[in-house]
Ligand binder design. Structure first.
Ligand code: PLP
Length: 454
């Protein structure tokens, strides 16, 4: 093809000419509008023209300990120098992966003591579902294959992970839907905007799940996958008791509960993992990625209960005992060394304690924005939040409401703040190290942007 010189030329023009971004707006492909981020420190990033922004996206939910952390960079460099890569297949491992597995087991709830490393969140989700299928096969129940997910969930962009995701348009555009995947109702409950009580909503959700299990037949359902709080679906918080009740249904019907903590894990809700401490459940499988390395390296992991791991061993098919799942870069040594350094920093600086301290302030300050006539709702928990925009009286992600959120986003960017526009939402997931002063800056810029967009 034609090659323009990206080094010497204008980066924005070069990007417009050559790159197809993940989740790109295809109608804008080729327009020289990309933000090219070149440097970062603390909670701020700098673009190719030298403009500085407060990053209220946290990279992509993932930059938790902030940018420019010497400890993480030193760990990356030292591991790359010492041993940059070797295969993780079969009976071979590398020292950081082995050490990280033990560290994760110590941090994880219950008996989640065995770790299967992957390369990112999507591959961890896919692997978790495969482990669920293999588990039932190991118990002589290969017909237990169906998977329960929820409308509005997001579990990734690979084939199976995309099929599990709950946005109709994202799935059907590629015709990848699986006949084994079922989407239960979106569990979001917002007391500010809902016309029913939390208890009633909870009853409806639990009844709906029970009905779906009964219709499919419990003997055919392998697993239920759930984010504690739906992140990319719009920061949807389920009614109190939802996770305990769905966990109990899973136990009753012998269905594995997979908690997708790709976003909620590693401090965003004030704990290393939210499932047990915040939502009172110990899942059978837990998926983590993103904040695991603070975004400095790509890495994902499935944490597996001892009960499941033991069954895989006991029920292994003697003719085919291989777990045929894994990636060249599963548990990459540089990524695992980064994760270990990240966990050290999180523990030393008590990052989770800091989130528990500033998280409620963040949500309270954001909720002040509800006085704007174009704000329909402000939702969130600790450092995951969203502001839902609407033209007065027009509820939902209508084209006009989406355009409104995009205007708010653009005004924020002009004022030096990056928020993430999604449908008619502005999603916020700042680095966990933000201060009260940073939070005030975020809220003040957002308030001005909303006033301009009215
Ligand atoms: N699960 C959840 C809850 C996510 O939010 C995401 C990504 O945003 C994924 C899985 C997929 O992770 P990745 O993009 O690392 O493949």
């Amino acid at each position: 093809g034609n090659r323009s010189d990206g080094r010497k030329g204008d980066l924005v023009a070069t990007d417009a000419r050559h790159v197809l971004h993940p989740w790109a707006d295809l109608s804008a492909l080729g327009r020289p509008e990309s933000l090219i981020v070149c440097e970062a420190d603390g909670v701020e990033v700098v673009d190719s023209s030298g403009r500085r922004y407060l990053d209220a996206i946290g990279g992509m939910w993932c930059v938790t300990v902030g940018y420019g952390r010497r400890e993480l960079v030193d760990a990356m460099r030292a591991q790359a120098q010492k041993m940059p890569y070797f295969t993780p297949f079969g009976d071979i491992s590398n020292a950081p992966a082995t050490e990280l597995a033990a560290t994760l087991a110590a941090l994880a709830p219950g008996d989640l003591n065995r770790v299967h490393f992957t390369t990112c969140g999507s591959t961890a989700v896919e692997s978790a579902v495969r482990i669920a299928h293999l588990y039932f096969a190991s118990r002589g129940m290969p017909e237990k294959r169906h998977v329960l997910s929820r409308v509005d969930a997001y579990h990734g962009s690979t084939f199976l992970a995309a099929s599990l995701s709950g946005k109709e348009a994202d799935r059907t555009r590629f015709q990848y839907e699986s006949r084994w995947v079922h989407h239960l109702a979106s569990p979001g409950y917002d007391p500010d905007t809902s016309s029913v009580s939390a208890d009633q909503r909870l009853r409806e959700l639990v009844e709906g799940m029970k009905r779906t299990i009964t219709e499919i037949g419990p003997e055919k359902v392998a697993c239920f996958i759930a984010e504690p709080i739906l992140a990319s679906g719009g920061v949807l918080v389920p009614p109190p008791g939802y996770h305990e009740a769905t966990r109990e249904l899973c136990r009753r019907y012998d269905i594995l509960y997979i908690s997708d903590e790709v976003v909620s894990g590693f401090g965003r809700l004030g704990h290393f993992f939210a499932s047990e401490v915040r939502f009172g459940i110990v899942p059978d499988l837990l998926v983590t990625a993103k904040g695991l390395t603070s975004g400095y390296q790509p890495l994902g992991a499935v944490l597996i209960s001892d009960r499941i791991a033991d069954s895989l061993v006991a029920g292994a098919d003697p003719a085919k005992p291989v777990f045929s799942n894994g990636f060249t870069y599963s548990g990459h040594p540089v990524a695992c060394a980064t994760a270990l350094a990240n966990i050290d920093v999180m523990e030393r600086d008590d990052i989770c304690g800091h989130v528990r301290d500033v998280g409620p302030y963040f949500i309270d300050r954001l909720r002040e924005l509800r006085t704007s006539p174009i704000v329909y709702a402000v939702r969130g928990d600790h450092l995951m939040a969203c502001v839902e925009c609407q033209v007065p009286g027009e509820v939902g992600p209508t084209p006009r409401n989406q355009a409104l959120a995009q205007r708010v986003d653009a005004y924020c960017e002009e004022a030096g703040l990056l928020v993430r526009p999604y449908e008619n939402l502005c999603i916020l997931s700042p680095p966990l190290v933000i201060t009260r002063a940073d939070i005030d800056r975020i809220v003040n810029i957002l308030a001005d942007a909303l006033a301009r967009a009215e």
